[in-house]
Design a protein around this ligand. Sequence first.
Ligand SMILES: Nc1nc2c(c(=O)[nH]1)N[C@H]1C(S)=C(S)[C@@H](COP(=O)(O)O)O[C@H]1N2
Ligand SMILES: [Mo]
Length: 419
Amino acid sequence: MPIEGFSDYITPINHFFVRSHVYTPRVDIGQWRLTVDGEVANALTLTMDDLRRMPSVELVSVLECAGNGRGFYEPSMPGLQWGHGAVGNGRWRGVRLADVLKRAGLKASPREVLINGADTPLGTMPDFQRSIPIAKALHPATLLAYQMNGETLPMEHGFPLRLVVPGWAGDSWTKWVTSMTVLNREHDGFWMARAYRHPGKPVQPGRAVPPEAMQPVTSLRVKSVIAEPRATGGVITAEAGKPIVIRGTAWSGDAGPVRSVDVSVDAGRTWTPATMRRDQSTEFGWRLWEYRWTPPREAYYTIFARARDAAGNTQPLEQEWNPSGYGWNVVPRIGIVVDRSATVSGSTPGDATPITAPSTLKSTCLSCHDEDVIRQQRLTRAQWDGEINKMAGWGAKVSDQDRSALLDYFAARYGPRSR
Ligand SMILES: Nc1nc2c(c(=O)[nH]1)N[C@H]1C(S)=C(S)[C@@H](COP(=O)(O)O)O[C@H]1N2
Ligand SMILES: [Mo]
């Protein structure tokens, strides 16, 4: 989602980010069924008509990828290098997951619901399957949604049915849902036991943490983004004595909706409350805020915004680091040049020496994914070696010779950012 998306209350579908681990599956709605089994009294097989006959619920909720903001972490880590835009605020309609589970009849002591979608893995990559604890599954806001923003759920957002888990990061929002299994234990598949885990406490930047010492990613953290004013040619300018509007949006997770956003125009020394939109106080949606300000004199101003949620959580001034780059929510900041003669100088960071790709790049890597996922990452040679190991584990065929050619290329072209 582009930065201007943070000025919209509901994110239009054409701006909404898409994150799919593999290709979007084609689902034939005539053949499609939802099955519910495991620790239930009556296993179910439901059609879309069956679901549409059940009571429907509509709610507004933020959908944010756990890795949103990963590209800002230093030192950087493997993974999609999201900036701000792996988030959107959607209007979702569907049936409560609780109603479907009640219809199946839960047996004694259920622990989790394991959800699977129609997407199939590449090579020997493990199938994307996630579970959620029973309490979240029974939460009245957790939905099996068939509509997004008043339209039939689009293909890339999970047609015909997706999980909507308000307050939780996107990895729990399974798309293209085809089956659900109620478990009386914790699911220990790859995507729960190895991926989407967070240390739950600050760790030394750059340090590896074994998955078993981490917990599954769940709730989003309180966060605000400054959408305007925006830069032209890399610089934000304003005139002394002339009012401007600083605006953006803010949201949180399980800790309840955002109650207030404070703005500082002096790098955090003093704070003033922004005006919150009153008609947007839903439990899980975001809220737009704005702050009108007249720069008093010519100077360089550093503007901060800090959201506070219903539980009193606020954004940190310094982002703590974690190995997968989840939960980026530091106080956002912009610099404004207030100077009548401010000139706008565009800068183009250039790559003067062309580095050519080894021929093996295409056959080894680009047969499963495009170069974008590589291009956006900035890793050390050792980190790239780790990524090649991961891909080899998922079925890529890499000879020793290919590996060293690829490593030379990645290290030269996509090495760590200079600081
Ligand atoms: N079946 C399936 N569901 C999935 C995924 C996936 O790869 N397969 N990606 C997840 C992740 S990591 C995120 S952030 C959200 C993104 O949802 P969107 O593409 O509708 O924005 O979908 C989630 N649901
Ligand atoms: Mo994600």
